[in-house]
Design a protein around this ligand. Structure first.
Ligand code: ATP
Ligand code: MG
Length: 213
């Protein structure tokens, strides 16, 4: 049976932290494929400006192009929002009926799990959950288990060095003209440079225009 990793994110932009998480998950959890599931407008990020979906899709494509196990999934863009993971998992279950579904997440998202929409349904709809640590996020598994009994049966911890890289930090570095190149794949760096993404001077209208092109 195929072991399928589902790696959801805003990927604004995708960075080496994402690559390491996906690659370590594939290695340590013996995944045959990892679907990078791009979120159109995550319910918890509605208050912030997000780069248009098509631009982020191009960045993710560039980021994963040399890794045959990684694929971009646009499945969340195929229905109107809000895009709750519990609903998406129903679609994925149908589409990949013969796969073992392993949901991948960093520890910050895992710590927010209580606030996700229908968390128990999410757990019921996956086979395993791969969790990778991020700096500063200790997960209280005992408390987690008191709220979601049996969750530990599905949790698989991914062991990797802590990487203090985030898209937010990269966007801020670009906007303030600081170094950011080596936190990204070379192709992603080039695409950001060419399109002037995340620079303070770029107006929202310009961003929208590049999405329409
Ligand atoms: P932002 O700062 O915009 O929230 P981000 O770097 O957190 O961006 P997301 O697209 O929000 O990236 O994250 C997608 C998934 O990748 C989440 O599950 C997140 O926890 C995980 N992730 C992101 N960066 C890292 C990292 N450096 N180490 C481990 N996991 C990470
Ligand atoms: Mg994040």
């Amino acid at each position: 049976m195929e072991r399928l990793g589902i790696f959801g994110g805003t990927f604004d932009p995708p960075h080496l932290g994402h690559m390491i998480l996906a690659a370590e998950a594939a290695d340590q959890l013996s995944l045959d494929r990892v679907l990078w599931m791009l979120s159109p407008a995550p319910p918890h990020k509605l208050h912030q400006r997000i780069t248009p979906f098509n631009c982020r899709a191009e960045l993710v494509r560039a980021c994963i192009q040399h890794e045959p196990k990684f694929e971009l999934s646009l499945i969340e863009n195929e229905r109107p929002g809000p895009h709750f993971t519990s609903d998406t998992l129903l679609c994925l279950r149908e589409k990949f009926a013969n796969s073992t579904i392993v949901l991948l997440t960093g520890s910050d998202s895992m710590n927010d799990f209580y606030d996700w929409h229908e968390p128990q349904l999410i757990l019921d709809r996956i086979d395993e959950m791969g969790v990778m640590n991020r700096p500063g996020d200790k997960i209280d598994w005992i408390h987690m288990e008191s709220v979601f009994p049996n969750i530990m049966q599905k949790i698989r911890l991914i062991d990797a060095p802590l990487l203090e890289i985030s898209s937010t930090e990269i966007r801020e570095r670009i906007a303030s003209n600081h170094h950011y190149r080596y936190y990204l794949n070379e192709e992603v760096f080039r695409m950001i440079e060419t399109n002037h993404y995340y620079q303070k001077t770029q107006s929202f209208l310009e961003t929208l225009k590049s999405d329409a092109d």
